[in-house]
Design a protein around this ligand. Structure first.
Ligand code: PLP
Length: 386
């Protein structure tokens, strides 16, 4: 069945809830058992609030189907969707390879908490491909990928990386937030654990913070064990809203994709723009990998604003951003509204910030493109005056 059809019908069985098309929001801590024998054996579907309710299960079932996963756990944020599997699969003395262009707070977690727990973290070039083999050590246990890269959108050869890592018995994780399972299915490319900030497109309305982690059959028991041990779980109300967001995600993403590509192409023709960082553009270095592996592109990309000297980077970026009125200045993305920010790449050790100018990231929302272009033109005029 087609993706839109599946999104509409996944994760709910109306006839088990008196025919209502949406599942009820089942909240709860205590679940009663009919007798001591059942309580002792825990031989019933639900046993306690932290272990899932019919509402969280409905979302997990939908995500399992979309990801082709053996199991999915829900967590309270996209960041927790990274830290929980890292804690599940890494132990003191292990070595982990993390892509240098990773989501910033993931890097902070690695450099602080993982380090304190005695795990050695090494960053690698996003475009390393099969060359990752040379970095794998006998104690390398986890390789983390994210494609396209946060903020700079480099693509990764996921199949080549996961094949090399599996030859060395590593778990391979991927942050798939940008593409969503509609445009990329990590497990089909050898990934063991697919990570999402469902805060973004699955929510779609900037009103929920939540994450999901989906695993293949080999990785699932250990992931579930870690989540249960840590006592981290997803809330029923949030699960309900994410499931509701999924129903319209294909339509929204299609709109984000078309508008973002239109704005990206338009930006390529603007004098003040040095380069547009969007994997869907033929001019972009990772375009061939994107075309080969991905089914679409979402609404977030960046561009490099021309600046003659480094001391102009910040003033020009700020002048541009402060002049915008439709694009809000704010973190996150995936909602209905357009956003913009000046990207900070100071923590990169391998893929350093471009030298030609500041990097501006845009999330293209559901507004009319002509209005967005006019807003950006105001920004370019303000930047030119600096
Ligand atoms: C936003 C984001 C996250 C974190 O999600 P939160 O719900 O904000 O914690 C993780 N990975 C990527 C790629 C993101 O863009």
């Amino acid at each position: 069945m087609g993706t839109s059809t599946r999104l509409v019908h996944l994760g709910n069985d109306p006839h088990s809830f008196h025919g209502f098309v949406n599942p009820p929001i089942v909240r709860g801590s205590t679940v009663l058992f009919p007798d001591c024998a059942t309580m002792e054996s825990r031989n019933q579907k639900y046993t306690y609030g932290t272990r899932g309710t019919p509402t969280t299960d409905a979302l997990c079932e939908a995500l399992n189907a979309l990801e082709g996963a053996a199991g999915t756990v829900l967590v309270p944020s996209g960041l927790a969707a990274i830290t929980v599997p890292f804690l599940a699969f890494l132990s003191s003395g292990d070595h982990a390879l993390i892509v240098d262009s990773v989501y910033g707070p993931c890097r902070y977690f690695c450099d602080t908490m993982l380090k304190r727990l005695g795990i050695e973290v090494e960053y690698y070039d996003p475009e390393i491909g099969a060359g990752i083999e040379a970095l794998l050590r006998p104690n390398t246990r986890l390789v983390h990928t994210e494609a396209p890269a946060s903020n700079t959108f480099e693509m990764q050869d996921i199949r080549a990386i996961s094949d090399a890592a599996h030859r060395h018995d590593c778990i391979v994780t991927m942050d798939n937030t940008w593409a969503t399972p509609l445009y990329f299915r990590p497990l089909d490319f050898g990934i063991d654990v697919s990570i999402h900030a469902t805060t973004k497109y699955p929510s779609g309305h900037s009103d929920i913070v939540m994450g999901s982690v989906s695993a293949n059959a080999a990785a699932w028991p250990r992931l579930l064990e870690a989540q249960t041990t840590l006592g981290i779980c997803g809330a029923p109300e949030d699960s309900y809203l994410i499931l509701r967001g999924l129903r319209s995600m294909a339509v929204r993403l299609d709109h984000h994709q078309n508008s973002a590509l239109a704005v990206a192409h338009w930006l390529e023709g603007i004098d003040a723009v040095e380069r547009v960082l969007h994997p869907g553009l033929e001019s972009f270095p990772g375009h061939e990998i994107w075309k080969r592996d991905f089914k679409g592109s979402s609404g977030v990309f960046s561009f490099v604003l021309k600046a003659a000297t480094p001391d102009q980077f910040k003033p020009k970026a700020h002048a541009f951003l402060n002049a915008l009125s439709l694009f809000g200045l704010g973190y996150s993305w995936g909602g209905y509204e357009s956003l913009a920010l000046h990207v900070n790449l100071n923590d990169r050790t391998i893929r350093k910030a471009p030298s030609a100018g500041p990097v501006i990231r845009l999330q293209i929302g559901l507004e009319n493109i002509e209005d967005l272009k006019r807003d950006l033109e105001v920004g370019f005029r303000a930047a030119a005056a600096v």
